[in-house]
Design a protein around this ligand. Structure first.
Ligand code: ZN
Ligand code: MN
Length: 478
């Protein structure tokens, strides 16, 4: 069997976070009583006129800039005509042709080994979402909910020939894109609710061939894992078909996540069938240079560059840095704390005890009563020797539940770290009480020292500094 290579075009749709829909004043929100967030405009009733949502345009411009796109300084809307029950107007307002808001950009994915790969993006455009058909059991026909019709939607498409070359890269692309959208605050990126829809278009060809194979599209991939599985499955299916001498038909498949297989949905329309033409009810948008530049200046540092900076600047391991930048607010909280205390220790406390407490209370690390100042106070108190690590572990709980500072708790509880003189006395007592262990250590059995350390700590009720205990024991045993 010849060797095959996989190429994957990526089409992603993201619903935009705006108060109102794309062309009318209806509320933009998930779910709700069916058909309660509709009006004559989003239902496309005769005589109505759309007005575009400026916030949605701004979201697409900011995304396009973050994806290194050029901005079309003059951009227009088109009608994409097709008949489907979820499309009340009989057309979708979209952007066709070569002047979508963003063109010729790229996004970088980070492979497991830390290397970056550039995935070129051909366009980022603005359109509107459709309604939803629902199949109610026992009804015998489908019902329509138009609450989603007219919700602002952004479409992002990768360039041809595709740079994504495996199921894993397709998943990394989707994960990276989602984290960028979340950092920008333009979409909530919920794949399970469909506010981010990732549709890979895999094709296969013999290695070395210049001719790309016919692609198929996969839909209903509502998790990153399914994106990878879907691409891998479709690539295998296509290869098996080619090997059997069967043609690949350009078609859309749905992903069945129970059976882990793709199911043929429909054979693709060609572009001509959509009869695209400029939307006559909307004026063209002409951007001013100052407007674009002010949006460019508003862009945050993006997750992958931020992760790499955290590793460099704070000396964090890749896994810690990745966890800390997973959400923008978490990364901000880390940096606010790391300004005031040792960054590595801050990362350990954040990813350890604080994450545990926050998870148990269904909160995020950045929104608990432990502020950045409070966490830095805890870390610094250990550093200065005001409390031991053991006591810190006891104090973080009341800091979490009552929002108290470490200083308040030290006062309230009368916590004192034993001074070296007190520890010295305990060390002497422990050595006197354990002559056989002492003999073993002096005979070269270093491991037995741990027992003595434990005894001293126990007698000091955790209030001795580990450094003092080790130093004084070593001196006494020397
Ligand atoms: Zn409406
Ligand atoms: Mn689209």
């Amino acid at each position: 069997m010849p060797e095959y290579v996989v190429s994957v075009g990526m089409e992603c749709h993201a619903e935009l976070l705006t108060k109102s829909k794309m062309f009318c004043g209806c509320e933009n929100a998930f779910g709700g009583e069916p058909n309660t967030r509709c009006c004559p405009i989003c239902l496309g009733l005769p005589g109505t006129l759309p007005v575009f949502n400026k916030q949605a345009v701004e979201h697409v411009v900011r995304t396009a800039l973050a994806l290194n796109c050029e901005i079309s300084m003059r951009t227009i809307f088109h009608r994409k005509n097709y008949f489907y029950p979820d499309l009340p107007k009989g057309y979708q307002v979209s952007q066709y042709g070569n002047t979508p808001i963003g063109i010729n950009g790229f996004l970088e994915i980070e492979r497991e080994d830390g290397s970056l790969k550039k995935i070129r993006i051909t366009r980022a455009h603005l359109e509107e979402d459709t309604g939803k058909s629902q199949h109610v059991d026992g009804l015998g026909y489908s019902v329509m909910d138009y609450n989603r019709a007219g919700v602002p939607l952004m479409e992002i498409v990768t360039d041809f020939p595709p740079d994504v070359e495996s199921g894993e890269e397709a998943r990394l692309y989707a994960e990276t894109l989602r984290s960028i959208l979340l950092y920008l605050g333009v979409s909530d990126g919920k794949m399970e609710q469909g506010s981010l829809r990732v549709e890979p278009n895999p094709s296969v060809r013999e290695k070395g061939s210049e001719v790309y194979g016919i692609k198929t599209e996969i839909k209903n991939l509502n998790s990153f894992r399914f994106v990878q599985q879907g691409v891998e499955y479709e690539a295998k299916r296509q290869i098996a078909a080619i090997e059997k001498g069967e043609p690949i038909i350009q078609a859309t498949f749905g992903w069945d996540s129970e059976k882990n297989e793709s199911v043929l949905q429909r054979v693709k329309e060609s572009e001509q069938e959509y009869r695209y033409f400029p939307e006559p009810d909307l004026i063209p948008i002409e951007f001013l240079e100052e407007y674009i530049e002010s949006l460019r200046a508003s862009l945050p540092e993006l997750p992958i560059p931020r992760k790499r900076r955290f590793m460099q600047e704070y000396g964090l391991p890749a896994t810690d840095a990745a966890q800390l930048v997973s959400e923008r607010a978490t990364a901000d909280y880390f940096e606010a704390t790391a300004k005031r205390a040792d960054p590595k220790l801050v990362a350990n406390w954040m990813l350890g005890d604080l994450t545990r407490l926050a998870n148990a209370a269904s909160q995020s690390v950045y929104s608990t009563p432990i502020t950045a100042e409070h966490l830095a106070g805890l870390v610094n108190a250990i550093g200065k020797g005001t409390i031991t690590g053991k006591i810190a572990k006891e104090l973080i709980e009341p800091m979490f539940t009552d929002g108290k500072t470490v200083e308040q708790l030290i006062q309230e509880r009368g916590i004192k770290v034993a001074d070296a003189g007190v520890v010295q006395e305990i060390v002497e007592r422990v050595i006197a009480a354990n002559p056989d262990i002492v003999a073993k250590i002096r005979a070269g059995n270093e491991k037995s020292k741990g027992f003595l350390v434990g005894q001293v700590m126990k007698e000091a009720r955790g209030q001795a500094r580990p450094d003092d205990v080790n130093r004084l024991l070593d001196e006494a045993l020397a």
